[in-house]
Design a protein around this ligand. Structure first.
Ligand code: NAD
Ligand code: DAU
Length: 335
């Protein structure tokens, strides 16, 4: 691997991954292709060396063709990623996550480029709250939201391109990431920044939905491991065995936040749940642990959460300008 195309490299996980590669393999040249939608921020790449930034869309066939001809590997993060938005504006999710992936796959076949596709545990749907089931690589696809359906379609396409055209591809399906540079529309950064602004933390529905949390740096190390040693045609589930319900995450935040909030009182407001809300995700990362020897490093969730709170408290300039717009959009949804 000499030259890497990173789609969506100005977003949350993509930018963390670019930093990770730059730190661990400084000899690799990276091209970041990002459309800088509301979720992308060029400042996320400040100070990173060996990166050429290209402002453009994965749905631009000509641009994708010319970039693909210059690289040997692609890691495909670019997507519309937020469930609440997918419920009100599903079309762009299919244009980006399905058609964009199609265009990348065709170009990757043309230039015989190694392809790693970033996906989500949401393709497997959810389980009941009292279930102990964990998703594995052989779980059935059962997406329940428009976002998850678009990601499921893209996973199926990657497998079809491996079988039909011999594309050298791998897929990883990861659980909920948290950490620095995550957009403040997402649960943890929204809760932190609400508290820092003196707004109530918003808890959807009964607050009992369960997510399986992983620090973004662990997601990046897993992707790196798959690029080095993953077997072509294989899928790897990536998670850190950290299932917690949302109310419990909020309880931890209520303990961590006071030192950053001065006199402001931290309050919590229950708001209406997402339409069709998924109850519980949990995944079994055995395969990547056993076959590739990958291990999550951030196994203390409370510590990772404290560091994340500290990051948002120290980077108000990164998020405060767009906080009012994000909260206005949520207010329109009653959330
Ligand atoms: P994000 O929304 O923070 O970033 C997405 C990036 O893609 C942004 O920089 C955006 O500008 C860019 N983008 C959007 N449309 C584009 C287009 N047409 N062309 C080029 N760039 C475009 O998302 P994220 O949370 O970093 O997620 C990255 C990937 O990881 C997604 O594929 C998502 O499905 C997957 N994933 C996310 C999580 C999570 O917890 N955040 C978990 C598992 C998988
Ligand atoms: O599981 C992986 C997925 O995790 C990724 O594929 C998605 O891209 C990513 O956005 C994330 O999806 P979720 O829908 O699980 O994440 P979100 O942060 O939007 O919500 C997490 C939980 O918190 C969910 O049960 C809804 C709830 N929630 C969310 C917000 C924004 C709240 O209670 N309050 C909130 O303010």
């Amino acid at each position: 691997m000499h030259t890497l195309l990173v789609t969506g490299g100005a977003g949350f996980i993509g930018s963390n991954f670019v930093r990770y590669v730059s730190a661990h393999a400084p000899h690799i040249r990276m091209i970041v292709l990002d459309a800088l939608t509301y979720a992308g921020n060029i400042a996320n790449l400040d100070g990173v060396k060996n990166v050429e930034f290209v402002h453009g869309s994965i749905t631009d066939e000509k641009l994708v063709d010319s970039l693909m001809s210059r690289v040997d590997t692609v890691v495909h993060f670019a997507a519309e990623s937020h469930n609440d938005r997918a419920i009100t504006q599903p079309r762009i999710f299919f244009e980006t996550n399905v058609m964009g992936t199609l265009i990348l796959l065709q170009a990757a076949v043309k230039y015989d480029v190694r392809f790693h596709h970033i996906s989500t545990d949401e393709v497997f749907g959810d389980t009941a709250l009292d279930s102990t089931e964990k998703f594995t690589e052989s779980s059935s696809y059962k997406p329940s939201s428009p976002y998850a359906a678009s990601k499921a379609a893209s996973d199926h396409m990657v497998r079809a391109w491996v079988r039909t055209y011999g594309l050298r591809a791998t897929i990883s399906n990861c659980s909920n990431n948290y950490g620095p540079f995550q957009h403040i529309e997402k649960f943890i950064p929204r809760a932190i920044t609400n508290a820092l602004c003196g707004l109530p933390i918003k808890l959807y529905g009964d607050g009992l939905a369960v997510r399986d949390w992983i620090h973004v740096e662990d997601q990046c190390s897993a992707i790196w491991e798959i690029l080095q040693n993953g077997h072509i045609g294989q899928t790897y589930l990536v998670g850190a065995n950290c299932t917690i319900n949302n109310a419990h995450v909020v309880n931890m935040l209520e303990e961590i936040l006071p030192q950053y909030c001065g006199e402001q009182k931290i309050t919590v407001e229950h708001v209406r749940d997402r339409l069709g809300a998924d109850r519980r995700y949990a995944l079994d990362p055995h395969k990547i642990v056993e076959e590739l020897g990958w291990k999550a490093k951030h196994t203390d969730f409370r510590k990772g959460l404290s560091q994340t709170v500290e990051w948002y408290a120290n980077h108000q300039d990164w998020w405060e300008a767009y906080k009012p717009d994000v909260e206005r959009s949520y207010a329109n949804l009653g959330q």
